[in-house]
Design a protein around this ligand. Structure first.
Ligand code: VGL
Ligand code: ZN
Length: 198
């Protein structure tokens, strides 16, 4: 039995002052660092979009951030430009203990498909390879922390559960965007999937 800590998108753009700032997003960093030694494997994820990504409102004429559009793979929230590959905003938070990470998974690199989850893009089909990586290491239980609770953490947790991992979400080490009740909806979906919210 082996365990993994999955640290979702603790990046400058999701912290106060960033392009898609999550309130108090920076306040979880110390607690995440302190948790790393409790796990066999530490995975970090990094939202990593090319310029002009299809999840950016600026890529759609007449659209503004936080509007919903229909994409071929389903509904998609449009975001401010964020986590552009190579930009300062895309860097992991300077205080995050990156040295302790076994692997860093970059996601959202396909210009046409967003990827909230660390495991599958938003088409729910295209794999990042993380599931196979963890299975090859014998990982059976994963704990999720990071940003944002109601988007990338939720989607990662639901996919991990679907793949058969036992999933814990440390909500004290996550922070939410909370658009129109999205945090409550995420909590309900995670409860229904049998995910432990700690
Ligand atoms: C995220 C919106 C867009 C997240 C990433 O990390 O939760 N949210 N891209
Ligand atoms: Zn993104």
């Amino acid at each position: 039995m082996s365990s993994a800590l999955i640290v979702i998108d603790v990046q400058n753009d999701f912290c106060p002052g960033g392009a898609l700032a999550v309130p108090e997003g920076d306040q979880i960093v110390e607690g995440i660092n302190a948790l790393m030694d409790d796990f066999d494997t530490v995975v970090l994820t990094q939202d990593w979009h090319p310029e002009g990504h299809s999840s950016f409102a600026s890529s759609h004429e007449g659209k503004t951030p936080y509007e919903l559009i229909d994409m071929p793979y389903g509904p998609q929230v449009l975001w401010p430009d964020h986590c552009v590959q190579g930009s300062a905003g895309a860097e992991l938070h300077a205080d995050l203990d990156v040295a302790r990470a076994n692997v860093i998974i970059r996601k959202g690199t396909n210009p046409a498909i967003d990827s909230y989850s660390a495991f599958f893009e938003n088409d729910q089909t295209t794999s990042t390879g993380l599931g196979g990586y963890l299975q090859a290491l014998g990982v059976t239980e994963v704990t999720m922390v990071g940003l944002a609770t109601d988007f990338c953490v939720q989607f990662s947790a639901l996919d991990a559960s679907r793949l058969g991992f036992k999933v814990n979400v440390r909500e004290d080490l996550c922070r939410a965007i909370d658009l129109d009740g999205s945090l409550k909806a995420a909590q309900n979906a995670m409860d229904e999937a049998g995910i432990s919210r700690l």
